[in-house]
Design a protein around this ligand. Sequence first.
Ligand SMILES: C[S@@+](CC[C@H](N)C(=O)[O-])C[C@H]1O[C@@H](n2cnc3c(N)ncnc32)[C@H](O)[C@@H]1O
Length: 355
Amino acid sequence: MLSYISAREVAEKWNISQRRVAILCSEDRIKGAMMVGNMWIIPSNAEKPIDKRTVRFEKTHKTELKPFIKWVGGKGQLVDEIEKMIPDGGDRDLAKYAEPMVGGGALFFRVLSRYNFKEFYISDINAELINAYTAVKKNIEELIVRLKDMEMAFLPLDDNGRKYFYYNVRDKFNTVILNDATSAEKAAYFIFLNRTCFNGLYRVNRKGLFNVPMGSYKNPTICDEENLRNIHNALQNVTIVCGDYTLSKSFIDNKTFVYIDPPYRPISETSAFTSYNVDAFDDDEQMRLAKFIDEINAAGAKIVLSNSDPKNVNPEDNFFDDLYKSYRIHRVTATRMINSNAEKRGKISELLISN
Ligand SMILES: C[S@@+](CC[C@H](N)C(=O)[O-])C[C@H]1O[C@@H](n2cnc3c(N)ncnc32)[C@H](O)[C@@H]1O
């Protein structure tokens, strides 16, 4: 039997205002919506209509861009859920997109492929990651030549040959990150290592040297030329910054959609994979971030923040519920590697926090 929900519940679910739901109902844009008394009721399985009034948010069917780096905490699985939270332009006139902790950019590439924001801002504290984005933006020809050379040399080798090649590139990378090198040279090593190392991890030792062992892939893609060229074209419109997320404050205003995906608070004793850099993102860092979220909220930005749900491990842990008590907190289900053992994947809840 068909069940119905109220306009308020739909507004909450689709992250738009109740007024907007009423307008969509009266324009006959929501299949099966009915007026009962003076209230709209909507089938609980109704699809959110795509808003055609604002060209800016109409999906653009350009080439679909894929992340060119694998990244721990990559949001590939949650992209559909997060995308639903991008306002469709019915309520606000958003023109700018900011992702101050971009990592591999699962949502960023989705948005860059499909939405017509006028300006984009991405940043990350990881200098080598940001150097790779910058090289794709500015030095694509040199980067592609270098990646193709490595791909052609690496793929035909046997296991021992590949091992020798991998550790040789790792040594060269660790030499060039300490010295000056062209951005494309460093980026080519970085991308090669990312595609061939264990689980696409980026981990450095205390001296800042990359120390991840080789992974075992039969036929890794090292140079996806078409995707890299498409990204190169799309990045011309994007400001790329290396540094703390707070630097994005000067970009963010009341016309900006902000997505922030900080390193996870570990959800179990064994998942200490949050240290992308030498410093881990501890509870003090989570609190500093919450203060920043308050500031950009006050500036009028539309914000979505994702995080691990500590209640997966301890139902009594209200850390984020307390920290973000004046925001909306949605819990969504994802499959996540609970620790480094691939068999220990499980369904867990993730937090999507929005204003
Ligand atoms: C969970 S990852 C983001 C993953 C990304 N959403 C994706 O789809 O790949 C968190 C990122 O925050 C970055 N980060 C950590 N501390 C930061 C800081 N203070 N400012 C900016 N970025 C930071 C890390 O380097 C990492 O790339």
